[in-house]
Design a protein around this ligand. Structure first.
Ligand code: F6P
Length: 568
């Protein structure tokens, strides 16, 4: 395929389009009768089992998807990523988050330079700093130990670290190593988020980590100024040096903000924000909370998947298979959404993180060469831990729209509970649902079955389940730091695989810019109206009316207010 050709123009894409008709004639109920097919659709790597036998696909479909991968030069694109080529062409950057978790002796080049030594330089600095804070050899301005950390950041500078933190909280090793410490995340510019974050915290014992790749993000910088004020109004301006550190690619702006460059932890423009959890963005706050050795295990788990993606044949390659089936579901079967359903409360923040990784990466309307796509790329991701989702939106996925589902289960609970006299352990109870739901979606329930159960005729239609609803099941051996790293990397690579097939740039995000620039215009207007009583101008009727209403109803906001922090 020539680089400017659309993937949808290739023979391989057209063959898959033609194949859809054959698949629409099948039902998962029948496909699942074939044990050989199911056996062929199970893949194991490093303790993780992927079962994709509940995809609406035959082995012929799988073969055709591999041909599509070949037509899209998937292997070559993966290699180009690992070789540090500037595959993020609109920003002229390499895409090397794999280097963030590479072993110390690995060689990964960007612009002719091995980036791994610098990665480890920062990791060593984080290890040293986090040990100092945790041991109490680095103390706050009044000599007290810093037991609490507030990480300020948004988007990729927030969601990944929040996911990993939430996942580790109840892991026995991580829980033990974080005893007596707190990690909080301040993301929203809403002052309510500030209030909620600082409630119960004492500036004397709090370390603030400002996390921003650009160090220009409006929300993060206002929150950083707010917490700087919170610290300096309590402890004096000189306390900032002891209580605020930063993670950024822009060390000049960090210094301008007033943070000592020695207390700044760098990363690089070849790390996309949403792919940055394995950089200082995640590693610093998480090491402060759990200690570097735990977080190093997380990095090793991700690295194991990085090697798998690069070297495993596609037939046994978990992220490649997942990526190909996502494309199959979205672009061929016409299912635009996907539900991420971890049967683990510890993974409650996984879906929000993957929402950004997937939707900011692949929510694109043009090919990497700027040609409008004649098909829809990207998918609509959402999710909740099971079994909570079952009591919320599963009605729709069982009897309403077809939403391909990712079921994620864990063999060994982080926190097992057994009650004498109960039929099963609490974790077995949870996992009964993990095993049952994919079959309920796949098989459904026919009117004939209902009639045999003597269901009153007027209820048969309501109680019928059409079935034939696709899912994948991913079974992890446990949920320790290593497994959490594996899971993260599987999904990161899956998203990249989808983008490589669709031939889009999964590593830029121009779509977030327009709203930001319009907000700048509104910000200027709010200031001019509040301070100089200027008329609202330059907006359409609707926005003018809304702004007028807002300003009139909040006329008590002073034009030049003294500093006021949350009072809660
Ligand atoms: O608005 C989107 C975005 O640019 C994301 O891609 C990024 O993760 C987030 O904002 C935060 O950016 P930064 O880390 O530069 O503050």
């Amino acid at each position: 395929m020539a680089s400017s050709e659309l993937i949808s123009d290739t023979e391989q894409w057209k063959e898959l389009k033609a194949h859809v008709g054959d698949i629409k004639k099948t039902h998962l109920r029948d496909l699942l009768r074939d044990d050989a097919r199911s056996r062929a659709m199970m893949v194991e790597f490093d303790g993780i089992l992927l079962d994709y036998s509940r995809q609406q696909a035959t082995l012929e479909t799988v073969g055709k998807l591999f041909k599509l991968a070949e037509a899209a030069s998937l292997k070559q694109k993966i290699d180009r990523m690992y070789n540090g080529e500037h595959i993020n062409s609109t920003e002229d950057r390499s895409v090397l988050h794999v280097a963030l978790r590479a072993p110390r002796d690995a060689v990964i080049q960007s612009d002719g330079k091995n980036v791994v030594p610098n990665v480890w330089k920062v990791l060593d600095k984080i290890k040293e700093f986090s040990e100092k804070v945790r041991s109490g050899s680095w103390v706050g301005a009044t000599g007290k130990q810093l037991k609490d950390v507030v990480a300020i950041g948004i988007g990729g500078s927030f969601l990944g670290p929040l996911f990993v933190h939430t996942a580790l909280q109840t892991d026995p090793e991580a829980a033990e190593s974080s005893r007596g410490r707190q990690l909080r995340f301040l993301a929203n510019v809403d002052p309510i988020d500030v209030a909620r974050n600082i409630t119960g915290l004492n500036p004397e014992t709090t370390l603030v980590v400002v996390v921003s790749k650009t160090f220009t993000t409006a929300e993060t910088m206002l929150n950083a100024r707010t917490l700087r004020e919170w610290i300096s109004s309590a402890l004096g301006p000189s306390a900032v040096a002891k209580h605020m550190v930063a993670v950024s690619t822009n060390l000049t702006l960090v210094e301008k903000f007033g943070i000592d460059p020695n207390n700044a932890f760098a990363f690089w423009d070849w790390v996309g924000g949403r792919y940055s959890v394995c950089s200082a963005v995640g590693v610093l706050p998480l090491s402060l909370q759990y200690g570097f050795p735990v977080i190093e295990k997380f990095l090793k788990g991700a690295s194991s998947i990085d090697q798998h993606v690069r070297s495993e044949p596609f037939e046994r390659n978990i992220p490649v298979l997942l990526g190909l089936f996502s494309v199959w579901n979205v672009s061929f079967l016409g299912y635009p959404a996907r539900a991420i359903l971890p049967y683990s409360q510890a993974l409650e923040k996984f879906a929000p993180h993957i929402q950004q990784v997937s939707m900011e990466s692949n929510g694109k309307g043009v090919s990497i060469d700027g040609v409008p796509l004649p098909f829809e790329a990207g998918e609509i991701d959402f999710g909740e831990p099971g079994t909570n989702g079952q009591h919320s939106f599963y009605q729709l996925i069982h009897q309403g729209r077809v939403i391909p589902c990712d079921f994620i289960g864990v063999v060994k609970s982080q926190q097992p509970v057994y009650l004498k006299g109960e039929v099963v352990s609490n974790h077995d109870e949870l996992m009964s649902n993990f095993f049952a739901q994919p079959d309920a979606l796949a098989y459904g329930k026919t009117p004939e079955q209902l009639q045999k159960e003597n269901v009153p005729p007027h209820l048969v239609a309501h109680k019928t389940f059409t079935g034939n609803r696709p899912s994948v099941s991913i079974l992890l051996p446990s949920l320790n730091a290593y497994n959490i790293g594996q899971l993260l990397a599987i999904y990161e690579h899956r998203v990249a695989v989808q983008g490589f097939i669709w031939n889009i740039n999964s590593f830029d995000q121009w779509g977030v810019e327009l709203g930001k620039s319009l907000a700048t215009q509104v910000r200027k207007q709010l200031n001019a109206s509040r301070t100089k009583k200027e008329q609202i101008q330059g907006f359409n009727f609707s926005t003018t009316s809304l702004l007028t209403r807002y300003l009139q109803a909040s006329a008590d906001v002073p034009a030049d207010p003294p500093t006021r922090l949350p009072q809660i």
